[in-house]
Design a protein around this ligand. Structure first.
Ligand SMILES: Cc1cc2nc3c(=O)[nH]c(=O)nc-3n(C[C@H](O)[C@H](O)[C@H](O)COP(=O)(O)OP(=O)(O)OC[C@H]3O[C@@H](n4cnc5c(N)ncnc54)[C@H](O)[C@@H]3O)c2cc1C
Length: 394
């Protein structure tokens, strides 16, 4: 089997890259370890930056997003019994974000790929990249009981944090930067109307909480929990009671509760690997970096990597510019580190790190008071939240 670009992973990175390349006439094959249904069952991100929305439009998958997505012009920060609105559009000269679930983005991309007749090999086992430093890299994999060799020009490693791509790079050629936080987020999805039209990020002595949504009738709520917490110990009643305790009284009074559809705990970490390329293998999205979800950056960073790699590949195939693709990693990393900084900062300011650390607690309140009472502070939050501009290629 032969293609121009072999893509490992059918998460949002792999599917979006595949669709954009396909529309430019660049042949690609996606190989995915799981089934399509399994990929769609993962409940994850839901806030899209303007840059990602534009990229989805370019990929031709904007129809349902425009009908069902919820444009958001602001969000709320809650701390010390205060509620402060961050007016995204006013502070950034008209930018906003779109609330549209990662599951929906993935579904739209899968359907577009199927309609285009592009090849995706689901339930592919033992995917392994080879000869990365040669001009003829290839993948080996097992699919439907057959061993397949997939020859290509380039390999895009879009296989997430636990994938094989990063592991295929010799350890002495990469360096990882990591920070693990001493807590996780317990997320709950429910078919109940959201408590507010806008997201609410709340700092509380009992721990952080986030009121988010997927649609006008589907809510997504999160609670900061200790790392060793077990999801089975959280009945729906316990979750709702704890959420109410962490919200201002007038918000808690409006909370509509109901049975959960999904509950899961995600640990929080910051992680970046440098460089993001080795020979003809390019790491994209979570394969190269992770952010704590506090700044809503994970999925959006994956999209900005896709944007860079896609445009560089178009330069290769349409203009013969093989020099620019050598700069993939350095171009992506500039924006990645800024998003890592924002996510780390929001996490540091809004979570309870220790009940005993009163000094840290006062620092958090002073910082929140400062940034929310200063136009410059609010603008800093807003311009990072809507997404910094994509880096130029040259
Ligand atoms: C539990 C959870 C909650 C999250 N919540 C948020 C949030 O609220 N906000 C936010 O912004 N971000 C959130 N994120 C981050 C966001 O979902 C990711 O940044 C995004 O999914 C990255 O997309 P990706 O395509 O790069 O990686 P992934 O979505 O991880 O996709 C990688 C794909 O590669 C496949 N794969 C892995 N290994 C192999 C292999 N060996 N062979 C073939 N295929 C393979 C996987 O099955 C998967 O389909 C969350 C992430 C997690 C895990």
């Amino acid at each position: 089997m032969k293609t121009q670009v072999a893509i490992i992973g059918a998460g949002p990175s792999g599917l979006l890259l595949g669709q954009l390349l396909h529309r430019q006439g660049i042949d690609n094959v996606i190989v995915e370890r799981r089934s399509g249904e399994y990929v769609l069952s993962r409940i994850r991100a839901g806030v899209l930056e303007q840059g990602m929305v534009d990229l989805l439009r370019e990929a031709g998958v904007d129809q349902r997003m425009d009908q069902e997505g919820l444009p958001h012009d602001g969000f709320e920060l809650v701390f010390d019994n205060r509620r402060v609105r961050v007016a995204l559009d006013e502070l950034t000269g008209g930018s906003n974000v779109m609330v549209y679930g990662q599951t929906e983005v993935t579904r739209d991309l899968m359907e577009a790929r199927e309609a285009a007749g592009a090849t995706t090999l689901y339930e592919a086992d033992n995917v392994q990249p080879h000869d990365l430093e040669s001009d003829h890299p290839y993948l080996t994999l097992e699919h439907n009981g057959e061993t397949i060799k997939l020859e290509c020009d380039y390999i895009a490693g879009c296989d997430g944090y636990h994938g094989v791509s990063r592991q295929a790079i010799p350890q002495e050629r990469i360096k990882a930067f990591e920070k693990v936080y001493p807590f996780g987020w317990l997320g709950m999805l429910s078919d109940t109307p959201p408590v507010s039209d806008e997201l609410i990020y709340s700092r509380h002595e009992r721990g952080f909480s986030l009121c988010s949504m997927r649609s006008a009738t589907r809510s997504r709520y999160y609670l900061q929990v200790p790392l060793d917490e077990k999801v089975e110990d959280w009945s729906d009643e316990r979750f709702w009671e704890e959420l109410k305790r962490r919200l201002p009284d007038e918000v808690a009074a409006k909370l509509v509760t109901g049975p959960s559809i999904e509950k899961s705990i995600a640990p929080l970490r910051s992680y970046v690997v440098e460089p993001m390329q080795h020979g003809r293998l390019f790491l994209v999205g979570d394969a190269a970096h992770i952010v704590p979800p506090t700044g809503a950056k994970g999925l959006n960073l994956a999209a900005s990597d896709v944007n860079t790699l896609y445009r560089l590949m178009v330069k290769v195939y349409q203009e013969g510019r093989t020099d620019l693709i050598e700069r993939y990693s350095q171009t992506c990393l500039k924006r990645i580190w800024k998003a890592e900084r924002f996510s780390w900062w929001m996490t540091s300011m809004l979570h309870n790190f220790s009940d005993e650390d009163d000094f840290n607690s006062r620092m958090q309140l002073a910082e929140l008071d400062y940034v929310t009472s200063s136009q410059a502070g609010l603008t800093t939050i807003a311009e990072n939240y809507v997404g910094l501009p994509y880096e130029p290629l040259e």
